[in-house]
Design a protein around this ligand. Structure first.
Ligand code: G4P
Length: 283
């Protein structure tokens, strides 16, 4: 699902989040591990203050392991619990339960002191569009769990997924909005495919990808397309077109088709596990 965000949408999303956050102990925030800063909206820090916080570095099948380790340290230092996951395959999800208990330790102890035993932790999933919120809820909660809602003692209109005795999850995720003000954020989201392609010039996007790969992952284009990485970006794109036999009538090179191939292979991990941001970046 893609969203067109306008100020009105953001205000509404914020209001809904403010309401939902009152009901929970823990915010489970998903980010795309290839762009952990560009795919998060720091407004959630204000909205979720006083709550336990867990960041899931999702799509870890597509991102650089070294960068993921650096991001884990970065967010840990800022007081977040962090787990690296692949919501699509389910990799890493098993570690979450233990981390949640750890993240909510204070709340559990507070409850215990007040004589409340075994009240489940309540959590909600949040994130900008396309980070994998629905995929995560489906694979983490699965089909086995029971949904509860509109029962006495359960907030009216809210559906909770009871995962186990210790954890209940709000079944609809909170949607955050991307940080549009920053040009580089929009570009990175376009590169990973979180912004609709129709609004992008594909050749320009492919050239940005080439510039990024040559500087951050030298050798990737040479390995996949036998490209000479010392050439100008447009010459590299032309080389990819020739290498992949993307030809128009009259044997003219079809750089548009080559751009599509490059973009698809970049996004799908075919060119390797790639991270567009590392913690030292200024974003
Ligand atoms: P959202 O609710 O946050 O908007 O995201 P959603 O779950 O719809 O996921 C957006 C896309 O990201 C989906 O792909 C989904 O399969 C993919 N995705 C989610 N988690 C992971 C992950 O850990 N690794 C990888 N590689 N992909 C992930 P799609 O192409 O839109 O749909 P589909 O091809 O899965 O049908």
């Amino acid at each position: 699902m893609n969203y067109q965000w306008y100020p009105g949408h953001m205000t509404k999303a914020k209001r809904m989040m403010q309401e939902d956050i009152k009901l929970i102990d823990l915010v489970i925030e998903l980010v795309d591990s290839r762009v952990p800063l560009s795919s998060r909206n720091p407004d959630i820090d204000e909205l979720g203050k006083n709550k336990a916080r867990l960041i899931l570095l999702n799509k870890s099948d597509l991102s650089d392991d070294k960068a993921n380790a650096a991001w884990t340290e970065y967010f840990n230092e800022k007081g977040f619990h962090v787990v690296k996951v692949n919501a699509r395959s389910g990799a890493g999800l098993k570690a979450i339960n233990g981390v949640i208990q750890e993240a909510c330790k204070e709340k559990i102890q507070r409850d215990r002191k007040r004589g409340i035993l075994n009240r489940p932790v309540r959590a909600m999933v949040v994130g900008i569009p396309n980070v994998g919120k629905s995929t995560f809820i489906n694979s983490y909660a699965g089909k086995a769990c029971t949904k509860t809602g509109n029962k006495p003692g359960v907030t009216k209109g809210k559906q909770w997924i009871k995962l186990n005795k210790q954890l209940e999850l709000l079944d609809t995720p909170g949607i955050l909005w991307p940080k549009f003000e920053d040009q580089s954020v929009g570009l990175k989201l376009a590169m990973i495919g979180s912004i609709k392609d129709e609004i992008m010039n594909l050749e320009e996007l492919a050239l940005e990808i080439i510039v990024f790969l040559v500087s951050s992952y030298p050798g990737a284009l040479a390995k996949r397309y036998e490209a000479d990485e010392t050439l100008e970006p447009y010459e590299i794109l032309k080389h990819i077109a020739a290498f992949r036999k993307c030809l128009l009538k009259g044997s003219e090179l079809d750089t548009d088709k080559a751009a599509k191939i490059l973009i698809e292979e970049f996004r799908s991990g075919t060119l390797g596990k790639l991270s567009l941001e590392i913690p030292t970046d200024k974003v």
